[in-house]
Design a protein around this ligand. Structure first.
Ligand code: C2E
Ligand code: MG
Ligand code: MG
Length: 619
């Protein structure tokens, strides 16, 4: 059905022209039935009143006239408008009662459009209305001779006229029902915002394309999965309406890059898919992907602002496919995902290794969902020591996942997955509660010798939650926990999430009495401007700086500069990743009071911290 296929490429044209045609034919049949019925009404009126002609004139958009009678006035069916020009129709419409004129010729002068020239003398007219009161039609009876209408004749005429209503209403309702049905059918397969085919429609097209390709390799095709980069940022900064406008413009530009045989669909959100017909070579698909990217690269004006957008594109070819064509969309999706990983604004071609990697990711994702409830997460703690006294002042909680088959999984291998899947919220709450409980336990056992605080890592996604401070406040209340004993560590990448929410949360946490440190300083997007503006309490100097201090004088100089910078901002510097005594000594000399690192202690289970604390208490 090639015609069917082409129909879906233009947003404005609804799909399923076959169905449309069927609808139109049915409407035509209906029209025929209506015409026959109304002509019959006119004929009955003419016969029973013994006039040469009678007619039913539809009102509204459909101004057709159906006349009947042995000697029908021809002009009536050709030009029912004459009745309106004569003023006769208007008078009928205006009057509550039927209009009965003995001789219409007495109404005015003879003109080309007067009763005289049209052969109207006796005239009887009434209007008929629908069930909701709206006028549907005029019914008129016309005599060539003057006629004195009798009351029973008028009454009979009104009854005959009324029988037209049922016919007209029935037809109108059926036409309306057909229209709604067509609309629903269209809506089910199209995206409301852009008018493009939707996912269901696209998958159907894909199935057809798969069948054609199976019959003949010349029908090979490609699927492109297009996902906008940083679309969320547009939505967040300009609002959803602006986001919608952007999507419509993107749809328009993408559509502009296609041939008429290709199909563009919106899968949802900022995801689009393309089906390119008769594509056998990866390079052909790649050229289209490039064209799409060029088309998107010009700035768009949205709400009077210039917005730049780009897309990550994944390509899958039907020729490279062993399994069902429907899976092509998934393969293109995986390739798109790879394009995102490799830095966005680019395209990638699907290869089966992506499949294996994705399966692996999926398995970990599924396992992680259950990890919290199955109690597989544990916290290890790494002491923060005072460089002057050597004592443990605090501990940093570092999460690990005790996987039943894979062993102890480090946080960097699963925290990003938790972030992507939204599991981070639940995990974060667990970390916080668990760390608070642990600190209380140490307090019970070691009193003043217990660590003063526990430091908790909060990922950017977690920090962007609107209600983080509220959650924390509630937890502290339920545990009657002192807020100053928790310190949060955030990273510079929170600037990439919603900066306004982050700033607000920081302020709220501060008011609660929770201190916040910047972690891994120097590895991210640190802008000194922001650093001064963020309400922070301390900054952890990343271990990449600390680790090179002993070997390189310039590095030591750099660390020294960073430490004084932090102090000048009125913040506390903390050194991370101290591995040698020499580094510890240098840092102390530079004025850094606190540090963490393997030279003091690795991250260990709570029980091992117990041992440390017990030993310290004995001294
Ligand atoms: P981080 O917060 O910067 O934690 C310090 C990392 O450096 C830890 O790795 C720690 O084991 C390691 N480390 C500490 N001292 C030394 C040293 O002297 N030498 C070397 N080479 N490494 C040292 P870990 O435990 O694998 O954690 C990695 C990252 O995972 C953390 O970096 C933190 O960003 C994140 N993370 C850990 N726990 C959580 C958590 O509960 N929630 C969130 N959102 N992120 C967490
Ligand atoms: Mg940390
Ligand atoms: Mg760190």
């Amino acid at each position: 059905m090639p015609a069917h296929r082409n129909d879906t490429t233009t947003p404005a044209r609804p799909l399923g022209s076959d169905q449309l045609r069927a609808g139109a034919e049915r409407a035509h049949g209906l029209d025929g039935a209506l015409a026959a019925a109304l002509e019959r009404v006119a004929r009955i009126a003419a016969t029973s009143l013994r006039v040469p002609s009678a007619a039913v004139v539809l009102l509204g958009q459909d101004r057709r006239c159906f006349s009947g009678g042995g000697d029908a006035h021809l002009w009536l069916s050709r030009d029912p408008g004459a009745l309106f020009r004569l003023g006769l129709a208007g008078r009928v419409l205006d009057s509550a009662e039927p209009l009965a004129l003995e001789d219409a010729r007495t109404l005015g002068q003879e003109t080309p459009d007067s009763p005289q020239s049209l052969g109207i003398a006796g005239f009887l007219g009434t209007r008929v209305s629908g069930s909701s009161g709206e006028p549907l039609a005029l019914v008129v009876a016309i005599d060539t001779e003057p006629r004195r209408w009798k009351a029973d004749e008028i009454e009979h005429f009104v009854e005959i006229a009324a029988s037209a209503v049922t016919e007209i209403e029935l037809q109108r309702r059926t036409v309306e029902a057909e229209r709604i049905e067509r609309q629903l059918r269209h809506d089910a397969l199209h995206d409301g915002l852009t008018g493009l085919p939707n996912r269901a429609c696209f998958v159907e097209q894909l199935r057809h394309a798969g069948e054609r390709a199976r019959r003949d390799v010349a029908n090979s095709f490609a699927v492109l999965f297009v996902d906008l980069d940083h679309f969320k940022m547009v939505n967040d900064s300009f609002g959803h309406l602006a986001g919608d406008e952007l999507l419509v413009e993107v749809a328009r530009r993408l559509a502009g890059c296609l041939r008429s045989v290709d199909t563009l669909a919106r899968l949802g959100g900022d995801e689009f898919a393309l089906l390119l017909e008769e594509v056998c070579e990866p390079s052909d698909a790649a050229r289209v992907a490039e064209r799409l990217q060029v088309a998107l690269s010009n700035p768009m004006t949205i709400r009077e602002s210039e917005v730049f957008t780009s897309a990550s594109i994944g390509i899958a070819l039907s020729t490279k496919l062993e399994d069902a064509p429907q899976h092509l969309l998934r393969s293109a999706d995986l390739a798109m995902y790879r394009a995102k990983e490799h830095g966005r604004a680019r395209f990638e071609l699907f290869d089966p290794a992506m499949h294996t990697a994705a399966m692996e990711r999926l398995r970990i994702e599924m396992d992680l969902r259950r990890a919290v409830e199955r109690d597989q997460l544990v916290l290890h703690y790494q002491p923060v020591v005072s460089l002057t006294t050597g004592g443990v002042v605090a501990v940093e909680a570092l999460i690990r996942w005790k996987h039943p088959e894979r062993g102890l999984i480090p946080p960097l291998d699963f925290i990003p997955i938790a972030e992507r899947t939204g599991l981070i919220g639940e995990i974060g709450r667990w970390v916080l509660a668990r760390a608070c409980e642990q600190l209380k336990a140490w307090e019970r056992e070691f009193g003043y010798d217990a660590p003063q605080s526990v430091w908790i890592n909060v990922s950017p996604k977690q920090f962007a939650q609107q209600d983080l401070a509220e959650q924390v406040g509630r937890l502290f209340e339920s545990l009657s926990f002192e807020p100053r004993r928790i310190k949060f560590e955030i990273t510079e990448s929170i600037m990439l999430e919603n900066i306004d929410v982050a700033m607000r949360t920081l302020g709220e946490l501060r008011r609660l009495g929770v201190q916040v440190f910047m972690d891994d300083f120097g590895t991210g997007y640190s802008s000194l401007t922001y650093l001064g503006r963020l309400p922070l309490d301390g900054i952890k100097v990343d271990r990449s700086f600390v680790s090179q201090m002993g070997t390189d004088v310039r590095q030591a100089q750099l660390v020294s500069t960073i430490i004084s910078l932090i102090r000048n901002l009125g913040l506390e510097p903390i050194a991370e990743g101290v591995e040698t005594d020499q580094q510890a000594r240098l840092l102390r000399e530079m004025g850094c009071a606190f540090a963490q690192g393997f030279v003091f202690c690795r991250p260990v289970p709570a029980k091992e911290i117990d041992v440390l604390l017990r030993r310290a208490a004995q001294h």
